[in-house]
Design a protein around this ligand. Structure first.
Ligand SMILES: *Cc1c(COP(=O)(O)O)cnc(C)c1O
Length: 448
């Protein structure tokens, strides 16, 4: 791969080409630590940029509403077979455009509007699509959210109590900001007792499940959903799977999922995306991928050690998976924004996040969420994590004194002043230079 990848685009549309190039360089010379992000292989990128985007293929392999699908069928069959093999399930649908549409298809297949559903509350680490109030999932279905305890672990007693009281039609187990192993087995007991559909959303941890460093939900749940672009290293996209247990509960479940995806929610599938998913699943089936998944977790534990050694507090005091949450409340409430901005200025990309029993608001939360999948993809190991942990602690040290006022006007003033000072901060400038040097030692793509 080289910088000439945009040769034709550069001539035809230099404006768009330049923005893409700038983004490429941002990815090359920064530390990408948002735990939901990753880098695909060159092969996945190649599959994405193909003529398959020109095709319409509504329907499923060998039963389409359009002609000319003989090669598209080959591609989609490969993707389905690889997904089934990788996760050990009897059925997979690879057409959902992304994780949220996949989850909506699950509701459409299993629930009627107004049915009660249960998922992890968004500010407690859950995902929007598990019933948050401004999402279609919380508008169309009656959402009864469960929470984490003050120690950061899912409150299983509350889940059981709410399930018995509300008799949900569907229960989600899965999260976007949870640093510990998900209790898949415990959720099965609760869901089975109230006869709910039990769906595991492994969007974040799919790659860890494949590598055997996170328990698989397949023996316990009825349906599994996952994105393909997080720890699975594929293109943006999603897969819905039905387990043997799911087919026992409802022999028509696979058919219902197919119908919910198309024609229920979507029209033509994105065939270029399906091809790239097939390629990514092929890579995930290789033995090296298991080593990769294990290294993600080793790196995350090393990063956690380094941060704690530097005096930072972590939610649950550590991590079992690819991510961790820094609790900034020892320095005061609502400091996530300051830390996110200062780290970004140092070339370290993370996101501000709520923490258990958040004392501030979701827009000015008191935590930082970060993870190791993307850095691990670049080949970094424990040694680099220790160094990065030191840098993160140093940057946070520079901003811990900033206070966010409650008054709106005063707040804007504080933010303006803060940003000006960060730009001039010598320590942060120095770390940014060191970050760039480290990134050069771990090229994003061969030759880049
Ligand atoms: C990322 C994520 C999704 C959805 O992803 P999109 O592709 O952004 O719609 C769903 N569930 C969980 C738990 C996630 O973390």
């Amino acid at each position: 791969m080289n910088e000439k990848i945009l040769e034709i685009l550069e001539k035809q549309d230099p404006q768009v080409a330049e923005a893409i190039k700038n983004e490429l360089n941002r990815q090359r010379f920064g530390l990408e630590m948002i735990p939901s992000e990753n880098f695909t292989s060159v092969a996945v990128l190649e599959a994405l940029g193909t003529v398959l985007t020109n095709k319409y293929s509504e329907g499923y392999p060998h039963r389409r509403y359009y002609g000319g699908n003989q090669f598209i069928d080959v591609v989609e069959d490969i993707a389905i077979e690889r997904a089934k093999k990788l996760f050990g399930v009897p059925y997979a649908n690879v057409q959902p455009y992304s994780g949220t549409p996949a989850n909506l298809a699950v509701y459409l297949a299993t629930c009627k509007p107004g049915d009660v559903i249960m998922g992890q509350n968004l500010p407690d680490g859950g995902h929007l699509s598990h019933g948050w109030k401004v999402s279609a999932s919380g508008i169309i279905w009656k959402s009864v959210p469960y929470h984490v305890k003050p120690d950061g672990y899912i409150d299983l007693d509350e889940v059981r109590k709410l399930a018995r009281e509300n008799k949900p039609r569907l229960i989600w187990c899965g999260a976007s900001a949870y640093p510990r192993e998900l209790p898949f087995e415990e959720f099965a007991e609760i869901a089975d007792e109230v006869e709910a559909y039990y769906v595991a959303d492994i969007a974040h941890i799919a790659g860890l499940v494949v590598a055997g460093v996170h328990k698989s939900p397949v023996p316990y749940c009825h349906i599994v959903t996952t994105t393909t672009h997080k720890t699975l290293c594929g293109p943006r996209g999603a897969i819905i799977m039905v387990t043997e247990k799911g087919l026992e509960k409802d022999p028509d479940l696979a058919n219902k999922i197919d119908k919910a995806v198309f024609p229920g929610l979507q029209g033509g599938p994105h065939d270029h995306q399906t091809a790239a998913i097939a390629v990514a699943l092929g890579e995930a089936l290789k033995p090296e991928f298991k080593e990769y998944g294990k290294q993600i977790v080793k790196n995350c534990k090393a990063l956690a050690e380094s941060l704690m050694k530097n005096g930072l507090k972590l939610v649950t005091n550590g991590t079992d998976n690819h991510m961790l949450l820094i609790d900034l409340t020892p320095f005061g409430k609502g400091k996530g924004m300051f830390a996110e901005y200062a780290l970004d200025s140092a070339g370290i990309t993370v996101n501000k996040n709520t923490i258990p029993a958040e004392p501030s608001s979701p827009f000015y939360p008191s935590g930082i969420r970060l993870g190791t999948p993307a850095l691990t993809t670049r080949g970094m190991k424990e040694k680099e994590m220790e160094l990065i942990g030191d840098w993160i602690a140093q940057v946070i040290n520079e901003v811990k004194g900033y206070e966010m006022p409650d008054d709106k006007n005063a707040r804007n003033e504080t933010i303006q002043k803060f940003r000006k000072e960060i730009v001039k901060n010598q320590k942060i400038k120095k770390i940014k230079k060191e970050v760039i040097e480290l990134c050069k030692r771990f090229p994003l793509y061969p030759g880049l």
